[in-house]
Design a protein around this ligand. Structure first.
Ligand SMILES: Cc1cc2nc3c(=O)[nH]c(=O)nc-3n(C[C@H](O)[C@H](O)[C@H](O)COP(=O)(O)OP(=O)(O)OC[C@H]3O[C@@H](n4cnc5c(N)ncnc54)[C@H](O)[C@@H]3O)c2cc1C
Length: 503
């Protein structure tokens, strides 16, 4: 059997691309197969009528130019390794929260300024606020001190453990802690605890008690160190640069082709079957699909099925991409916003509105005198499946729902509805169809109380089949799936006898 490449990667999301780029740079040949005609998955960009929209992600960690700042600073280090430049501008506010009861909290890059906002609203909790956020800082300090590698690579574990015994032990203990339970040790004010739930829900789609403290230490501390950046040209420049890196070192990307099956022989992955029936073979296969799509569809063997209830399935999204005249964007408007009208409904579908207007930082994304706005809420395929895709009824239901959301957004963007020139809408079905994600899900979540290390790592039950992306440790988010790409490449490169050097 002739190998097409050392490693075949299924999917050009950030997880798959990162693994492929690092392997390729190390001299391990890769072929990445992507069903769409462009790379990036949830981190791609698309253009409509002169507006450049981020398909999903807009808040980016890991771009600090200073390696002494930022948890691992992965984007900067990877692009440096690949010899590529991806210019990004700092974003002074991670998220501006607009919450019930007039609670307004912009999360500034400067931590003292952010904490000052909380002290002003909750003076009686000043000491508790400080101690809670200090706990996150302690996790951040431990994480930043340890190099990125695979937790399944015994050599990496031994190096990290022997080189940093105290820090490794301290971090291991923290993996048992929950963000919400830690907050409750120091804070009792119910409104402040709700804010902390929102701090978690904004990226983990779970309340704080269900969210591991270690993940919170990255998201809620690194924003004050490495900070949030926006890549000039839109989210899609990140996957395009990774693809460029793969090709620069001789790797191949095959767009517009879907993998239909993973070839397994005697418990070992040997290659893939494409949608045109072609069979491709390799020494190892990496799947960037979700755990349900990899195990239940691409393997198609009951022995490998993911048991019902093994994970919580995060919801999907209803998304609105708006091209608007500038009068809809108030003076001094921050880029990223979260809007909740009613605490009782924040975690119901549509209860929390996420909104980004990245053209505030990058004028190249919209025509003169215009802005792009991306707003989205959690949703489920089941709410839309009674409507036939492409039918008038489906279209009307989308428009009606979008109108209601826009009305709510007018609380922070008065006059939005009159200012819209382009409106593109996507249901959970759209998300499922574009990205081959089971029920359009944001990915698997751990059950409350589970240790973060129970998230699947890169190895799977099938030999030489690896997983990468948001179904694997540490989880959802562009920086998290980048980490999973690094750890996957470390694991495979060690196996193939060409171990990666630390970034
Ligand atoms: C609306 C929204 C907003 C978000 N906002 C942020 C944010 O602000 N900041 C942040 O850090 N994160 C954000 N995220 C999360 C982040 O975008 C994702 O966690 C991350 O991009 C997922 O990357 P991935 O590589 O795991 O998978 P994906 O992005 O899903 O990529 C997988 C790729 O594999 C391809 N594929 C799947 N199956 C096959 C197959 N059989 N054959 C060929 N190709 C296949 C898909 O087409 C896709 O391109 C957001 C996500 C969404 C949806």
């Amino acid at each position: 059997m002739k190998h097409t490449a050392d490693v075949i990667v299924i999917g050009a999301g950030i997880g798959g691309l990162t693994a492929a780029a690092l392997l390729q740079e190390r001299g391990i040949s890769t072929l990445t197969v992507e069903k769409n005609r462009y790379p990036g998955g949830s981190c791609a960009s698309f253009t409509r009528n002169g507006y450049v929209f981020d398909a999903g992600a807009s808040v980016f960690y890991g771009f600090s130019p200073d390696d002494k700042k930022g948890t691992l600073n992965l984007h900067s280090r990877i692009f440096r390794r690949l010899g590529l430049e991806v210019p990004a501008v700092p974003d002074p506010v991670q998220i501006h929260y607009h919450l019930p009861g007039g609670l307004e909290v912009p999360v500034y890059y400067e931590q003292e300024r952010f904490l000052g906002e909380l002290f002003r609203r909750f003076p009686h909790e000043k000491e508790g606020i400080r101690r809670f956020y200090q706990e996150l800082e302690a996790v951040y300090a431990l994480l930043s001190a340890l190099p990125a590698g695979s937790l399944e690579d015994p050599v990496h574990i031994a190096k990290v453990g022997v080189g940093n015994p105290g820090k490794t032990a301290a971090l291991a203990l923290k993996t048992f802690k929950s963000m919400g339970k830690t907050a409750r040790k120091y804070i009792t004010d119910p409104e402040l605890l709700r804010f902390i739930d929102m701090e978690s829900y904004s990226w983990a789609v779970q309340d704080a008690v269900s969210t591991p403290l270690v993940n919170a230490g990255i998201c809620l501390a690194d924003r004050h160190h490495g900070g949030i950046h926006y890549p000039l040209g839109g989210s899609g420049v990140i996957p395009r640069a990774l693809a460029e890196g793969i090709e620069k070192f001789g790797g191949e990307l095959l767009y517009g082709r879907e993998v239909q099956r993973i070839i397994v022989n005697k418990g070992r992955a040997e290659g893939v079957v494409l949608d045109n029936g072609e069979e491709l073979y390799a020494r190892a296969v990496v799947s960037n699909a979700t755990v349900w799509d990899t195990c239940n569809r691409l393997l198609g063997d009951d022995r490998y099925r993911v048991p019902e209830g093994r994970f919580l399935r995060a919801p999907s999204w209803f998304q609105m991409y708006l091209g608007v005249r500038s009068e809809a964007v108030p003076a001094g408007f921050h880029v990223h916003h979260i809007l909740v009208d009613d605490w009782q409904r924040y975690d119901e579908h549509g209860g929390t509105i996420y909104l980004s207007a990245p053209s505030i930082l990058d004028r190249s994304l919209a025509p003169e005198g215009r802005h792009v706005v991306h707003a989205f809420v959690t949703d489920e395929t089941v709410r839309w499946e009674h409507l036939e895709r492409g039918s008038d009824a489906y279209r009307q239901a989308k428009e009606d729902y979008a109108d209601k959301l826009m009305q709510r957004i007018e609380r922070i963007m008065p006059g939005l509805r009159e200012a819209v020139e382009v409106r593109v809408l996507g249901t959970p079905q759209t998300h499922e169809r574009y990205l081959n994600r089971f029920k359009g899900s944001y990915g698997p979540l751990l059950h409350p109380g589970q240790n973060v290390l129970q998230k699947p790592q890169n190895r799977t039950a099938v030999k030489e089949l690896y997983a990468v992306g948001d179904s694997t440790f540490p989880g959802q988010g562009v920086i998290a799936v980048t980490y999973s790409g690094v750890s996957c490449a470390s694991c495979i490169s060690r196996k193939l006898g060409k171990p990666l050097e630390y970034l």
